[in-house]
Design a binder for this molecule. Structure first.
Ligand code: ADP
Ligand code: ZN
Ligand code: MG
Length: 476
């Protein structure tokens, strides 16, 4: 039997507010443990939480950017459970009346557009962090993160492949970065993803039993965990066995998921409206203000790249799919204002390097100004396109500017006609058969001759001149 995967993601994003969601404690990452706490976030008796307006504003921006319907009134609820990193014994979240619902996000996978539904976006508080001693059988708890604002973005089960899941998560992260409401750092946990996955026979309309995969803190782990889970579930189903609804963890070292616990049900959490917080009412005028203040988002930026720079849609999409990349492209254009040439370089040479680094473009040592200058050198004919690639590799390795590298390595293009002509004559004499072929009308051998000259000059001959010289000499 053929199976199809059904996937839905639950993504938590830490909001970049300066203070926590219900108290005034700072949210700075990396402070000494338990130095950023107060009676409110520690859940002392008698304290009262007050909603941070900036956190609400950020959540609303995300809801607007993903075309959600925003509830005129939403309610905070207590999600009750015990865990040592949760001092109150409950997490303040939203349940029956979330802030926003029924949104969507458009992605492109293998050139095909696809719309992924967003079920809901709600606000909640983060829990603390347990630190397990590597040497002693004890654990520590750091409450600095307790009460840091999060939004949870729940997708519809519209995703069908691991690639779509990765593209969806990348697109979500990109919007968070464009909005400047989350730093998107998956390694540090500012962006976290849980994936729900089930299989069903192709053609079936019902959903199968799902498992929930937790702790997927990179795009690679998300893809690998989903691929593994598809294989695991398919093997069980093919043997006629049942899938157990459960929460599983990804073990990156073993490349496997393993069972963490049986799936808890919503009623286990005994959700109820938090009596300490008033319902959130979003005024229409404020919402309109926020809508108008939204920055240019990836789709609009892609449209502008097509319109103003004459780029093909595919190029515009690749360049804007990562805010840092789009910024890089525009900075490069300031130095070398030929959009298509810059786009081609960025999408081939530059992206190949960027993909080698988990940190992406931020880790790249080539500044956009240096890349722009390199392209200008090619344009002026100082170096060939081929040499430019050598120079670029050196720029990646050393961070030096292109002129310095060309000087150091003596890579300036040979545009001395006489010198090239002398070499060209030698080559023609050494290859009488090819020369005769050319004269008999096989003009394609011209490429062979140019190639020989390139080889002799270690790629430094000006290709345009080389072509002209052979055309002329062979016609003699
Ligand atoms: P739960 O009650 O287990 O929390 P929800 O219905 O709230 O499940 O959905 C949680 C996430 O799981 C959502 O992203 C949703 O799209 C996804 N999901 C729901 N049912 C399935 C299924 N059968 N297979 C895969 N994903 C699913
Ligand atoms: Zn506090
Ligand atoms: Mg649920």
């Amino acid at each position: 039997m053929e199976y199809e995967a059904v996937i839905g993601l639950e993504v938590h994003a830490q909001l970049l507010t300066r203070s926590k969601i219900f108290c005034g404690c700072p949210t700075t990452f990396g402070a000494p443990p338990n130095t950023q706490t107060c009676p409110v976030c520690l859940g002392m008796p008698g304290v009262l939480p007050v909603l941070n307006k900036r956190a609400l504003e950020f959540a609303l921006k995300m809801a607007l950017a993903t075309h959600c319907h925003i509830a005129p009134e939403s309610v905070f609820a207590r999600k009750n459970y015990f865990y040592p990193d949760l001092p109150k014994g409950y997490q303040i979240s939203q349940y029956e009346q979330p802030l926003a619902e029924h949104g969507h996000l458009d992605i492109t996978v293998n050139g095909r557009p696809k719309r992924i539904g967003i079920t809901r976006i709600h606000l909640e508080e983060d829990a603390g962090k347990l630190i397990h001693s590597p040497t002693r059988p004890v654990s520590f708890v750091d409450f600095n993160r307790t009460g840091v604002p999060l939004i949870e973005i729940v997708s519809e089960p519209d995703i069908r492949t691991p690639e779509e899941a990765v593209e969806y998560l990348k697109a979500l992260r990109n919007i968070l970065l464009y909005l400047e409401i989350c730093d998107g750092n998956m390694e540090e946990g500012s962006l976290r993803c849980d994936a729900n996955i089930s299989l069903r026979p192709v053609g079936s309309r019902e959903f199968g039993v799902k498992t929930e995969l937790k702790n997927l803190n990179s795009f690679r782990f998300l893809r690998q965990a989903l691929e593994y889970e598809i294989r695991r579930q398919r093997a069980l189903l093919s043997e006629g066995r049942e899938i157990v609804q459960e929460t599983r963890l990804w073990d990156a070292a073993k490349g496997q998921t393993f069972s963490m616990r049986g799936k808890e049900e919503a009623h286990d959490y005994r959700y109820f409206p938090d009596p300490d917080l008033v319902p959130v009412k979003v005024e229409a005028t404020w919402l309109e203000e926020l809508r108008r203040s939204l920055p240019e988002l990836p789709a609009a930026r892609a449209a502008r790249f097509q319109r103003d720079f004459g780029l093909p849609a595919a190029d515009a999409e690749v360049l804007t799919s990562d805010k840092a990349l789009a910024d890089y492209f525009e900075a490069c254009l300031k130095e070398f204002p030929q959009p298509k040439k810059v786009a081609n370089w960025i999408m081939s040479e530059l992206l190949r390097e960027v993909k080698k680094e988990e940190a992406g473009i931020a880790a790249l040592r080539v500044s956009p100004q240096h890349l722009g200058r390199l392209l200008a050198l090619v344009e002026r004919g100082d170096i060939s396109g081929k040499i430019a690639k050598t120079v670029f590799d050196e720029m990646v390795a050393t961070g030096k500017d292109p002129e310095a590298i060309i000087q150091e390595k003596g890579l300036v293009q040979i545009s001395d006609v006489e010198a090239l002509e002398a070499l060209a004559r030698e080559i023609i004499v050494a290859h009488p058969k090819e020369a005769a072929d050319f004269r008999a009308g096989k003009t394609k051998v011209l490429g062979f001759f140019v190639g020989q000259l390139m080889k002799k000059t270690r790629g430094q001959a000006n290709p345009r001149l080389a072509n002209e010289i052979f055309q002329r000499l062979l016609a003699e």
